[in-house]
Ligand binder design. Structure first.
Ligand code: ZN
Length: 455
């Protein structure tokens, strides 16, 4: 967890700030201590000796009812530390906190060979966050610095229901429901991919594992009135290790799967123009990858209607589409005209594609588009997925011309449009940047088809 200190780390400002406060507190307490000492045992002939390092422990009330702040500092210049942590009236909570603090002390005092001890410092500080439900989240930031640039650090969170002392976990937020945890994971992943802080340094393949929908991956969080903050270790998502990473997800986005206590009222936003870009017949190792890059540049989400046969052939590309947070659609296995198929073949075409998309990406296909738009009652009945067609046909498969692609989009796109393109043509990948630039200039935001209200 070692990393180099870099610019833009507001957390370190917090650390520096709280260290300064603690240093001042320690100084004030030292003054009091020394004053009382000299008044009781003033001895002019006493031989001067090195004062023994003192550890000062101070407990004070916080602004949060029932929560005390304990501060431990030392005047030992060789092994300085400033530690601050919360304590409550509940023994179980208190010992969990102390156990964690002790782990850091042990790490600090034991691993000190081969190091310049005078350059070392242990800092532990915390923030308290209260949610409308009444629950407290304590966000503890612990750091051992061996030099200006070399810091071993971690964020760890603890939760308590102040009236009962009950520990709060992610499962309490989403009601022990794994399906809801999965949807939470999807929202968190989307947020990471869209986070401007990670722009240029994000390694998409590194996001999948630490955000897998397992309860243990979602215990390190803080709950505010507006958002859930998820914390990850240094260098989890990025090549450069920058220290603990925070991903803040608005509660609005998690609302549909939160337990009632944690839901927020959703304020209606003024409706802007939306367009859903859709890409059929992929994935393709060349064009799809370029299209993903262009979409990312515009922070655009799209929907990819994939062929099962190509997902099987290019699983990594399908994974990249899913990891970038786009919607996945089923476009049949081999692209036949489904209305002409016998029942068994029809079923295999559709279900086989649903299965392989899930198997390869871990994400479900959420929409279905029959090849050529050819559908009837029998085709609709074969799947629970909503059938999605289009209203803007770019004919990119026919003309292979970026100019004509743009012209079609300009001529036909309106608010709520679904634009049909194909991510297997180089000309489409070539022309997409102009299409996105144009639509953005017209005030459109780019959404998946499921995000359109009426599709
Ligand atoms: Zn097609």
């Amino acid at each position: 967890m070692k990393f180099k200190r870099r610019k833009r780390r507001s957390l370190w400002i917090d650390v520096a700030f709280s260290s300064a406060i603690m240093a001042m507190t320690a100084f004030a307490l030292l003054l009091i201590f020394n004053t009382s000492d000299s008044s009781t045992s003033a001895s002019p002939n006493k031989i001067k000796e090195e004062p023994k390092p003192e550890v000062l422990i101070n407990s004070s009330d916080s602004n949060f009812p029932g929560i005390k702040i304990v501060t431990e500092t030392t005047n030992d210049p060789k092994q300085p530390f400033a530690i601050q942590y919360p304590q409550s009236e509940y023994e179980e909570f208190n010992s969990r906190i102390l156990e964690y603090i002790d782990q850091w002390k042990t790490r600090y005092f034991e691993n000190d060979e081969n190091q310049d001890a005078s350059a070392k410092e242990l800092n532990i500080s915390f923030e308290t966050v209260q949610n409308q439900s009444g629950n407290y989240s304590f966000v503890i930031l612990a750091a051992i610095s061996t030099s200006e640039t070399d810091i071993d650090s971690e964020i760890r969170t603890f939760h308590i229901q102040p009236e009962t002392g009950k520990e709060i976990k992610m499962a309490d937020l989403v009601g022990q429901d794994v399906e809801k945890l999965k949807r939470t994971a999807k929202v968190v992943r989307d947020h990471i991919y869209q986070n401007p802080d990670f722009k240029d340094v994000l390694l998409p393949e590194n996001v999948w594992q630490p955000t897998e929908p397992l309860w243990r991956n979602y215990q390190n969080f803080a709950l505010t009135d507006q958002s859930v903050l998820f914390y990850y270790g240094a260098g989890v998502f990025t090549e450069e290790s920058e220290g603990p990473v925070t991903v803040e997800v608005p509660l609005e986005k998690l609302n549909p799967f939160l337990a009632a206590d944690y839901q927020v009222e959703i304020t209606e936003k003024p409706a802007g123009k939306k367009v859903a870009l859709t890409f059929d017949d992929g994935p393709d190792p060349k064009s799809t990858v370029r299209i993903l890059e262009t979409l990312k540049k515009y922070d655009a989400k799209a929907t990819f209607f994939m062929l099962g046969s190509r997902v099987e052939y290019y699983p990594e590309i399908a994974q990249q589409v899913a990891e970038a947070g786009h919607e996945l659609g089923n476009h049949s296995w081999n692209h036949p005209s489904l209305t002409k198929l016998p029942d068994k073949k029809l079923y295999d075409e559709v279900q086989g594609t649903t299965d392989i998309i899930k198997q390869v990406t871990g994400e479900p296909a959420t929409v279905f588009r029959p090849p050529y738009g050819a559908e009837n009652e029998r085709v609709r009945a074969i799947t629970n997925l909503p059938v999605v067609l289009w209203d803007v046909d770019t004919l990119d498969w026919k003309h292979h011309d970026p100019q004509k692609l743009l012209a079609k989009v300009k001529a036909h796109t309106r608010n709520g449009s679904i634009v049909l393109m194909h991510d297997i043509h180089k000309s489409t990948a070539d022309g997409l940047d102009s299409v996105l630039a144009y639509l953005q200039s017209q005030g459109y935001t780019f959404v998946t088809v499921s995000e359109l209200e009426n599709y």
